[in-house]
Ligand binder design. Structure first.
Ligand code: GLU
Length: 324
């Protein structure tokens, strides 16, 4: 069989497997949608989507792939990339480290020794990273964020204004984290504005198809698989992938790295974005979450795909290497 036929066959196998997993895990009712704000509690818990894109731009889409939902913590990964690109590694590392915490994502914990937030995937780190978003006021700064998304998506995404308002109304724990960082000189004194922006970037609306494109772009060392544009520098994607692998799945990051082995980021909106460097991206959406905050069906889909296709990044036999 020629290489081309083999690739076609593998794509068909992958697609058939995604269809099968969507059917198999569709009836799974475990977990609950996030309920800390009414807007998230009100989403249809039965929505379920799986999408993938290779670094060559070939896509697979199964289920509710065009259903918008709030990106929530997945945005932390993209803002980290933006901060690294805009300010450079040294400035970013001064404020935010790269060590997993073993604490919940919203813990009021800093790296006291280095006087910085522990890592960019927990709220403290993400707020410190949000502080670095450039612009004169919150509207200008949210445009900076939307423009960053435009590179990946070809459009500026909408923000769910109701979610944004609710996040703002209920976000006192994040306020506590931010003011603690202000008192330590880790962030600037425009704290309320930065918090507002942080809540806004949690409320960006994306679809599962969008997440697959974003994941494929990062996996392709920052080059958009369809437009060919360098959306984010390759050296920055290396750092994004590293923190995604070590800190991307809340307190489950260690187990995830061990069993699934794909750099990934999850959000309480129900999305998971997984990246296989040099190969492609996979995204899932299903709002029911486990107690850690990860999508129940999403976890199952990634576990099965990783096992079936030997996608673990350290698997010596994985058949997904570029050019095979
Ligand atoms: N909006 C949430 C918060 O800041 C973050 C959600 C998430 O972890 O996905 O508390």
């Amino acid at each position: 069989m020629s290489n081309l036929n083999e690739r076609e066959a593998r794509r068909a196998w992958f697609e058939a497997t995604c269809v099968d997993l969507h059917e198999r895990f569709g009836p799974l009712q475990d977990g609950e949608p996030a309920s800390y704000i009414p807007e998230l509690a009100a989403v249809d818990p039965d929505r379920f989507a799986i999408a993938a894109m290779t670094t060559d731009g070939e896509g697979i889409a199964v289920g509710d792939v065009d259903q918008p939902f709030t990106i929530q913590s997945i945005s932390k990964l993209l803002l980290y990339g933006l901060a690294l690109e805009t300010h450079g590694r040294d400035t970013v590392l001064e404020r935010v480290g790269v060590a997993p915490t073993g604490e919940p994502f919203n813990a009021i914990v800093l790296d006291d020794e280095a006087n910085r937030a522990p890592n960019p995937m927990v709220n403290a780190g993400a707020i410190a990273i949000t502080d670095l978003v450039v612009g004169a006021d919150v509207e200008e700064r949210i445009e900076t964020v939307r423009s960053m998304y435009e590179g990946y998506l070809g459009r500026k995404p909408e923000i769910d204004r109701d979610v944004w308002a609710s996040e703002r109304d209920t976000g006192n724990r994040n306020r506590a984290i931010a003011y603690l960082m202000l008192s330590r000189g880790i962030i600037d004194d425009r704290v309320e504005e930065t918090l507002d922006l942080y809540f806004g970037q949690c409320s960006v609306l994306v679809t599962t198809r969008d997440l697959a494109v974003i994941a494929a772009t990062i996996s392709n060392h920052g080059v958009h698989p369809i437009t060919g544009e360098q959306v984010v520098p390759a050296r920055v994607t290396r750092d994004m992938l590293t923190v995604a692998l070590t800190c991307g799945m809340y307190d489950y990051a260690g187990e995830w790295a061990f069993s699934v082995g794909i750099p990934a980021k999850s959000g309480v909106g129900g999305g998971i974005l997984g990246m296989l460097p040099g190969v492609g991206g996979v995204a899932t959406f299903s709002p029911r979450l486990d107690e850690i905050g990860n999508s129940v069906r999403g976890l199952r889909v990634f576990e099965e795909l990783s096992r079936e296709f030997e996608m673990h990044m350290f698997d010596p036999d994985r058949p997904w290497r570029r050019g095979t």
